[in-house]
Design a protein around this ligand. Structure first.
Ligand SMILES: N[C@@H](CCC(=O)N[C@@H](CS)C(=O)NCC(=O)O)C(=O)O
Length: 235
């Protein structure tokens, strides 16, 4: 059995989607990030970086894994699925996984901070992170023009990128002019395991439907989390 320490965020959903796709049994340990539950000594013993997601594999001597990309690779390797073993095929998946970990995630994350959470609107910072997110979306769109998935068959690279790109409206970045990216977003959204993973735990904010008021409430909670993360003593 695997314990998944998580919250309803793109990084958290990457791992719950992978667990669902791989049909691995798991328990859900939902942390309230606005209360700082990711900074408790008990959780820091699992992830010294004090962030979700992390997993603990109870069948492997309580082996702990942090960083969502590392969690995806661990689960794929444990089951022999969603990550090929042949050297070049594996490298292609890892390349697109790293593209998300080093590009899409950080850029969209900072777009959210400056566009949604910061009380001051610093327009050059908003433009920088939204612009860089859009540039990365164009890279995905160009690649998906002649590839069904990012790297051969559906893989952890698709799961990682999809969990972030699907939240593009929250970052204030549109994809109307990116038809191949839209096709891929819809194809992955239609997978039953993806739908189940998104319920673990359910998104607090449904990006297509929620009211401005709910978005504001969510942003305020996220802002206090960002401020807490800036404290010098924080993990
Ligand atoms: N690179 C890390 C990023 C993890 C991360 O930023 N997690 C966020 C939620 S998506 C978090 O735990 N935030 C709480 C905090 O900043 O204290 C990963 O991919 O696992």
């Amino acid at each position: 059995m695997i314990d998944l320490y998580t919250a309803a965020t793109p990084n958290g959903h990457k791992v719950s989607i992978a667990l669902e796709e791989l049909a691995l049994p798991y328990t859900l340990q939902v942390l309230d990030l606005s209360l700082g539950e990711q900074k408790t000594p008990a959780f820091l013993a699992i992830n010294p970086n004090g962030r979700i997601p992390a997993i603990v594999d109870r069948d492997e001597g309580d082996f702990a894994v942090f960083e969502s990309g590392a969690c995806l690779m661990y689960l794929a390797e444990k089951t022999g699925r969603l990550l090929p073993t042949e050297v070049k095929a594996r490298s292609r998946v890892v390349q697109w996984l790293m593209f998300q970990m080093g590009g899409i995630g950080p850029m969209m994350g900072q777009a959210n901070v400056f566009y949604r959470y910061f009380p001051e609107k610093i327009q050059p910072a908003i433009d920088r992170y939204q612009g860089e997110s859009k540039r990365l979306f164009r890279v995905l769109d160009g690649h998906l023009q002649d590839h069904e998935y990012l790297a051969g068959d559906y893989s952890i690279a698709d799961i990682a990128n999809w969990a972030w790109v699907r939240t593009h409206r929250w970052s204030g970045v549109e994809v109307d002019d990116l038809p191949h990216l839209q096709r891929w977003l819809e194809a992955i959204r239609a997978r039953p395991a993806v739908q189940r993973g998104l319920q673990a735990p359910p998104s607090t904010l449904e990006l297509r439907r929620d009211s401005e008021e709910k978005a504001k409430e969510f942003s305020e909670k996220a802002r206090s989390m960002v401020e807490m993360g800036q404290s010098k003593t924080s993990a």
